[in-house]
Design a binder for this molecule. Structure first.
Ligand code: 2BA
Length: 107
């Protein structure tokens, strides 16, 4: 058995959790924050059989991988005569640890 610890962006969390639940994986979400940016992120704990680890990682790969997105500046930044241009920003990403589990007990 393995414990997957995955740190992802808060915005990606609902879609990752709903896909994991659809595939009948148990998951626990912790609200965490990164030591560098000190911004909120989510840490998911997922206990699963060894042979299903790749299936879980595929969910993160599909729903929380690092990608770029075009974002328009918010109207409050726009002034008369200023032509707003969408900018490309990087969003998402997942940091995943896979740990061996000695015992799994549910009481
Ligand atoms: P990532 O490397 O994608 O890391 C995203 C978040 O994953 C981190 O948030 C942290 O919460 C977690 N994480 C990453 N590596 C970890 C590890 N070895 N052990 C435990 N948790 C880990 P932040 O710490 O706020 O970092 C946000 C982003 O800032 C990082 O994205 C990286 O691109 C950059 N970064 C982090 N530390 C840095 C440093 N010392 N110097 C420069 N850039 C750094």
């Amino acid at each position: 058995m393995k414990l997957i610890v995955a740190i992802i962006n808060n915005d990606d969390c609902p879609s990752v959790l709903s896909e994991l639940s659809k595939k009948e994986f148990g998951a626990t979400r912790l609200s965490t924050s990164g030591g560098f940016l000190r911004a909120g992120n989510s840490t998911l704990l997922i206990g699963t059989e060894d042979e299903k680890v790749d299936e879980v990682i595929a969910v993160f790969n599909e729903f929380s991988r690092k990608r770029t997105q075009m974002v328009s500046p918010s109207p409050s930044f726009m002034t008369e005569g200023f032509i707003s241009r969408a900018v490309e920003v990087t969003v998402g990403g997942a940091t995943i640890f896979v740990l061996d589990v000695d015992k799994f007990i549910k009481l």
